[in-house]
Write a protein of this length. Sequence first.
Length: 157
Amino acid sequence: MSTHWWYIIKVSDILHNLWVKDTLKFSNKFSTFLPQIQDPWMSFTVLLIWLSDDQLIVEITDINAPLKQTCDYCGKDYIYTFTNKIIQTKAYLWEKDDDQFELEIDKKNKTINLEKWLCDNIQIEIPVVNMCKKCQKKWREETEELPKYNSVIWKSN
C-alpha cells in the first residue's frame, strides 16, 4: 500500500534545536491501512519535541476515528469511534537495530511518515469482540441476572 502524502511530516525545521516543540492538527484524513474508516475520516493532533541530537518524541492525541465494525452478536454493521487515546514513541535519525522503535526519520528528506504507525496503533486498540450498543446493553442486562459466585482474593505474603 502506498502512503498518502498528508501523513508525511517535514521535521527539518526543528532538527537539532533541543526541546523545540511543534504542534500540527489533522482532520478528515483517510488511510488505506485502516480500510474500515468512515466519513468524516480521521482527525488527530501531533506534538513533536526534539529531544537530542538524534531523536524526536512523537505524541499523537485527540484521535477521532470512526470505524465500521460488524457486531459479533447480531451481525449488523455499526460505527465504533476510536477516541482520546494518546500514542507516543521516539523517532531516530539512524537506522533502528530492532523493532522497539517504529518510526525513523528519513535522513535525505528530513521527514517522518506517521500513516502505518498510527493506523497499526489504532488497530491494536479496537476491541476483540465487536458489539453494537443495543447488544452491549442486552449483554449487560443478561450478565447482571447471573448468580454471583464467590470470588477468589489473592494475597501476597
